[in-house]
Design a protein around this ligand. Sequence first.
Ligand code: LLP
Length: 422
Amino acid sequence: MDHFHYKNSELSCEDVAVSDIVASVGTPVYIYSTATIVRHYRVFADAFKGLDALVCFAVKANSNQAVLATLAREGAGADVVSEGELLRALKAGIPADKIVFSGVGKTPREMALGLKAGIKQFNIESEAELEALNTVAGEMGLVAPVSVRVNPDVDAKTHAKISTGKSENKFGIPWNRAHSIYARIKALPHVNGKGIDVHIGSQLTELEPFKLAFTKVVELVKELRAKGHDITHIDLGGGLGIPYELGKEAPPSPDAYGKMAREVLAGIDCSLIFEPGRLIVGNAGILVSEMVYEKTSGNKGFYIIDAAMNDLIRPAMYDAYHDIIPVSLAETQDKVSVDFVGPICESSDVFAKDRLTAPLKAGDLIAIKSAGAYGAVMSGTYNTRPLIAEVMVNGSDYAVVRKRQSLEELLSLDSVPDWLTD
Ligand code: LLP
């Protein structure tokens, strides 16, 4: 459920008309709903009520500090994958002891920063990374808390580009090396092995792959304990999908996911960590854009809008479906079939192909839905298009939470060497 709805035929986010935001902030613009973020967080957290479970929001899905601060107030932790994400999470008020550090390529500098901050755990993904962390912690006179990310070789049945739990993916330690890496951890003085971590992919729409992976993790924890390792934490990653296309995808509810996890993990006596990203913020954001031109080619119609693949890359990168709705509802019931395209010089700069929509004209506003996760965070400046604004709504209030980059700011990042200016 989200808090975007029509009031008198005008799309609103909570109690604010989208067109009012556009009148002051312009387009394209990302708009986030606080009530939706909070609701999704609570529904997920409630699915684990009564258990020793920490929800660490996957910051990569949306790292705007206003989003992180909203979640911090709800008691969320964070799953970070870079120095930048760690700093954002800390700055937004997420306590260090609720932060886990994931990612296959943590640098010694990032490790030192995490150790200095006192984060909850490092999710280690290779032997080399373990050795490096031991060295860095040793230099600082500390012991690093680690969890080992294992690759369960489970098919997540999601898009190949967001699947991470098969043995051919770069993620995690091969299953058959989990024992030897734990033996190594025991031998190293500056790492303390606490747990097992698994994340098999994103936008999963079935429970079965999770169940398979979690079951394997439980078996592994039992085996490791039998060998004398004190495993106290299980990190089950993120990945629960959201409905992008109503009527087509029906991902399991957080409740059903929670029930399954409770069953599989019953009696294992571990603290649990979850790393949901998309589920919390995906449907809490829209990308609002203005139609610039209409164009036809043969019997094909194009609506050219002022947002482009650099602002939201998911359709171009994963052929992802995003619902597109008008900001002002049309009076007519007529529908046309068009491609919604951006202005970038790439054939993949397409938001929707052959999409049925109410007829629109230049100057009309549209909202691209489910853009709160992996939207603004994946944007770039291709074609020298500045980063766009992000706005957060809270009831009848709204605030710009990332200002639109000016062309001046963007251009000032380059410099031309002396030998070209003399
Ligand atoms: N934990 C780890 C270790 C991850 O790699 C990810 C996502 C998550 C948690 C959060 O997964 P979520 O709950 O959001 O599914 N850009 C792609 C998604 C990439 C996901 C990468 N890892 C997209 O736009 O679909």
